[in-house]
Design a protein around this ligand. Structure first.
Ligand code: UFG
Length: 323
């Protein structure tokens, strides 16, 4: 299995995965509409400007390339926006995926690795969260990802689709050699905003709630390095013949907002100006993964366990950004 179509391959996790796959002997064809992705992040010449809502541009890819499997990252992923404008999310994420599946099946391509999320679980009933945890997403973004997981299961039964959905926890960090990294516009994620506050005197980090039922009052998340996520996609591609279903990808370690700030201050040697604010709606106090299944099925093991090492790669990128 060598020719991999990476849809959404100009985005943060997609571009790191393309880099990892190419290093490991895969030939990547990257398709992206570049609405949020960066052309500079695509480290192959095999780039096609395409949108999942444009069926002709999709069919064109399958006509021009022989594809063995697809990795699908193309999605809108702003939780807050998905509540205000669900139409945008159901259209792009769900309809777009159905278009992609139609194009795949009509070209007899039946293997897909999909970028799902811990947001499909909703408010956690217990931690660590394993794959059997009930799925009750509390926003349209999480619902779109759950719907797609369910579509895959039906397509497996009816058409023999082979699929693995990787449920990411909080993707973090950047390529260790600094050639690609995290660049969102708008940026909403904690680590890049902490580093921005450290770098730019005029900006202070807003802590969304310091009254949670956690050891220091701030929210706990499971930050997984983007290169560890990339490796999980590579391993998932190789397991599609023997396993179909959903797998968590996280370190299994919970880190609080304050711990992130302290680690970033240590690494940069500078202070992060902070402002205490109200809780952000829909933020659970604690989210961290059980990653036993990823270890067992994918033979995957995260290399970045210490949050300091993850933040170091993000800081190196932040002070020498290429895009
Ligand atoms: N936070 C702040 N200040 C900020 C930004 C974030 O205090 O300026 C806090 C949040 O309240 C949260 C933690 O930092 O407790 C992490 O927030 P992020 O926005 O970085 O990440 P989320 O946990 O909200 O979101 C991530 C993914 C989503 C996914 C979600 C699942 O980015 O795509 O996990 O819960 F849907």
């Amino acid at each position: 299995m060598n020719n991999i179509l990476v849809v959404g391959g100009a985005g943060y996790i997609g571009s790191h995965t393309v880099k990892y796959l190419m290093k490991n002997g895969c030939n990547c064809i990257v398709a992206d509409n570049l609405i949020y992705g960066h052309k500079e992040a695509v480290l192959t010449d095999n780039f096609i400007l395409a949108d999942l809502l444009d069926i002709d541009s999709l069919l064109n890819i399958f006509n021009n390339f022989s594809i063995d499997a697809v990795i699908h990252f193309a999605a809108f992923a702003y939780v807050g926006e998905s509540v205000i404008n669900p139409q945008k999310y159901y259209n792009n994420n769900v309809v777009g995926t159905i278009n992609l599946l139609n194009a795949m099946l009509s070209n007899d391509v039946k293997k897909i690795v999909f970028s799902s999320t811990c947001a499909t679980y909703g408010e956690p009933k217990y931690t660590p969260i394993d794959e059997n945890h009930p799925q009750n997403p509390i926003n349209p973004y999480g619902k779109t990802k759950l719907m797609i997981e369910q579509i895959f299961a039906d397509y497996e039964k009816a058409y023999g689709l082979k699929h693995i959905s990787l449920r990411y926890f909080n993707a973090a960090g950047c390529s260790a050699d600094g050639d690609i990294g995290e660049s969102h516009d708008p940026e909403t994620h904690l680590i890049p905003l902490v580093l921005k506050a450290i770098k730019e005197e005029s900006y202070s980090l807003k802590i969304f709630g310091a009254d949670y039922d956690t050891f220091d009052g701030t929210c706990i998340r499971d930050y997984i390095h983007v290169d560890d996520l990339a490796q999980a996609h590579y391993l998932a591609l190789k397991r599609l013949d023997i396993y179909n279903g959903c797998i968590n990808v996280g370190t299994g370690i919970g880190v609080s907002v304050k711990e992130i700030i302290h680690a970033a201050e240590k690494i940069s040697g500078k202070t992060c100006p902070i402002e205490y604010c109200a809780r952000r709606p829909g933020d659970p106090a604690k989210l961290y993964a059980s990653n036993d299944k990823a270890k067992k099925i994918l033979n995957w093991e995260p290399k970045y366990i210490d949050i300091k090492n993850i933040i170091q790669t993000a800081w190196d990128w932040e002070i020498n950004r290429k895009f």
